[in-house]
Design a protein around this ligand. Structure first.
Ligand code: NAD
Ligand code: IPM
Ligand code: MN
Length: 351
């Protein structure tokens, strides 16, 4: 029997609707397939917690999380209550940084039964490897002067180590897939960081002579995500480029509500964190119609990470069957509730 101790942070907004849904799915997996059990420990750290305590998580919060095998998170941010820069730097980004979750893996693929906005969706199946610890998301900078002289500065930081790590991860991943790596760049001389990024990409590619590569400026690449996503296998991108590309990845699948993600710690010193691409969706929160699939697919990625790939595949299959049988939330053209969709997925897992 393998037992997995998981820290659960539902966070804000629909995080509190889709996380319990995904936990139902994980509990069903454990119930149906002996040999695995979960112990979930819930942490109510979110914007309401901030309003009570003046902090997004307790001072020793990271220490507490440290002992878990993985962290399962919904979404952070409720701008009507707490400014995003406080909630995000205080919880989400803090965990990603302090736990050295340097890689963010974000797959997107054509899902049968969801109407993609693309006129010719073909069968695309891609993974964005997003650098998750530096780049444009730097803490260096701030605001100076006042009034009309006010200036906001943020220095992008690209270290050789961080850049190489992300690019190497992408090549390793591609070697297990179709062997193709695309670099998201913007090397036409505007950003100092991008010719540097290209050099590291070239350097690392020499270690993978069997890999096929491509490199596109991020603006053109964003357009190709819409016009010909089937040409991609693994795409490696800086923190901000990866953030934006993966919302496009979600959109071409048919909804931001279905895209999963994994923040990976590579050195084994800290737990990795699993959270979908979407946010707390304040506009639909409380209506019971949030799509649980992003969070459930994220649970599948967590199962893979825990060495339970076979069970992960079962979750994905059940999820795809539910969708292709038309049990869908409104964002993907159906009229099912979060609960109905989740129950159908659980029912299929029990078959
Ligand atoms: P969002 O992803 O929350 O919502 C964008 C749109 O997608 C909304 O119309 C929403 O209703 C829809 N949507 C998102 N998830 C859905 C789901 N599961 N089912 C159906 N529809 C869904 O992005 P936003 O509005 O830019 O951000 C809202 C808050 O979430 C902000 O505070 C933001 O900073 C935060 N945020 C957090 C994370 C995270 O914690 N990982 C990610 C993105 C945004
Ligand atoms: C994401 C989100 C976060 C990011 C925000 C909420 C800080 O958009 O996980 O994609 O930009 O990384
Ligand atoms: Mn994002």
């Amino acid at each position: 029997m393998s037992k997995h101790e998981i820290a659960v942070i539902p966070g804000d907004g629909i995080g509190n609707e889709v996380v319990p849904a995904a936990l139902d799915v994980l509990n069903t997996v454990a119930e149906v397939h002996g040999g695995i059990s979960f112990e979930f420990t819930n942490f109510p750290w979110n914007c309401d917690y901030y309003l009570k305590h003046g902090i997004m998580m307790p001072e020793d919060g990271l220490n507490t999380l440290q002992s878990f095998e993985a962290i399962f998170l919904g979404a952070v941010g409720d701008p009507a209550k707490v400014a995003d820069h406080i909630s995000l730097w205080g919880l989400l980004i803090k965990i990603r940084r302090e736990f050295e979750q340097v890689i963010n893996i974000r797959p997107a693929k054509f899902i049968n039964g969801i109407v993609s906005p693309l006129t010719n969706p073909n069968d695309f199946d891609l993974i964005v490897v997003r650098e998750n610890s530096e780049g444009e998301y730097s803490e260096v900078g701030g605001r100076i002067h006042k009034g009309e002289d006010q200036i906001a500065i943020q220095n992008a930081i690209f270290t050789h180590k961080g850049t190489e790590r992300a690019i190497r991860y992408a090549f390793e991943l591609a070697a297990k897939r179709k062997g193709h790596v695309t670099s998201a760049t913007k090397s036409n001389g505007i950003f100092h960081s991008m010719p540097f990024w290209d050099e590291v990409f070239k350097e690392v590619s020499l270690d993978y002579p069997e890999a096929r590569t491509a490199s596109y400026h991020i603006d053109a690449l964003a357009a190709f995500f819409v016009t010909k996503p089937h040409i991609f296998d693994v795409i490696v991108a800086s923190n901000l480029f990866g953030d934006i590309l993966t919302d496009i990845g979600a959109a071409i699948m048919g909804s931001i509500g279905i895209a999963p993600a994994a923040n990976i710690n590579l050195n084994g010193k800290y737990p990795s964190m699993f959270e979908p691409v979407h946010g707390s969706a304040p506009d639909i929160c409380g209506k019971g119609i949030a799509n649980p699939v992003g969070q459930i697919w994220t649970a599948k990625m967590m199962l893979d990470h825990l060495g339970q790939q076979e069970l992960g595949q079962k979750v994905l299959t059940a999820m795809e069957e539910t969708i292709s049988n038309g049990i869908k939330t409104p964002d993907i053209g159906g009229n099912a509730s979060t609960k109905e969709m989740t129950e159908d997925i659980c029912r299929r897992l029990k078959k």
